[in-house]
Design a protein around this ligand. Sequence first.
Ligand code: SAH
Length: 366
Amino acid sequence: MSEKMPITGLSAVELAAFVAEHGEPSYRAVQIFKGLHARRLRSFEQMTDLPSAFRQKLNEIAVISTLSVESRYYSEDGTRRFLMKTADGMPVEAVFIPSEKRDTICFSSQSGCPLKCDFCLTAKLGLLRNLTAGEIVEQIVIVLNDIYGVAGETPHGTNLVAMGAGEPFLNFDNLLKAVSVMSDKDGLFIVPNRITISTAGIVPKIIDFAALEKRPNLAISLSAPNDELRDRLMPINKRWNIDAIMRAAQVLERSLRRGERFTFEYVLLRGVNDTAAHAEELAELLRKYRLKRVKINLIPHNPAEQLDYYPSAPEQVARFKRLLESRGVSAYVRRPRGSDIYAACGQLAAKQEANLVKITASGRAA
Ligand code: SAH
């Protein structure tokens, strides 16, 4: 017997083909797609609009769930961190970040990460493997169900950010496939402009991305204004340096539609890249390449025991931001969320047990 088909990553069209192979009409595929994504059902039994014989058959030929939730951590600020595992035992993490206006789910594109960014804890894991489109979509479904219940309404929509573990542009096809499944109006219906991809600067993929018709927002992690420093902090810079990134950013900027902008992320590391001279150098870089439709997201470093970096002091962060603004660059400071449960940027894969309140499936502290 052949293996069961994991169907959460299939597009509506692929699902129709799968259903047709098994002699069922295409409207059944629409029912299944809506069941999986719009209603976020986790078993075929729950799809009561399908005939019971077909539900039974689906159990034999297909599988909905390939990720299991290992543990959940709840932060004082409402952030929730989810540790999951793939069917072959690879760790996957996602984070739910509530806010008054709109919640955000931060998801992973890879298990582990091959890039060796010196300030990031996930880097210590190395790459385990790329996640499938289905495993990417499933993270979102699992998180939404945990917050709102299976088939529950999402009260005010959700933003998605590919800022969990992994380098999304090294898993480009699966990532874009997941984006297209998640934005389907018969499904989760999270439209691309509510989704942000963050890349460490895989230049050829930035160029490919710029050519896409329908696409999410892009953030590029810069974190240093010169090659000498960036080589040290982000070794990927030896492959594609700042000049290559800036030229790709020019291509991206030319492809933006009206009102769109893109982002450079800049992790502020105390005494390393956060001085007034660094801020000037960064502003000068944007001027030199004539990049205008860009904003800078300043991310004070989230520390961890295994990392030799510390966050810049708040006054230093404020000064860095002011200096950029005085040179006409829009800059924002990202407030760290969920750092008490190691859910903040670059902390995933950190302490899984120690000092954390683990929440059991019943929602009580274990
Ligand atoms: N690989 C992608 C996406 C994952 S990281 C990328 O590099 O963009 C998402 C963001 O968190 C990146 O901007 C990264 O530079 C930042 N980051 C990594 N470690 C961090 C840390 N310890 N504190 C704060 N931000 C961190």
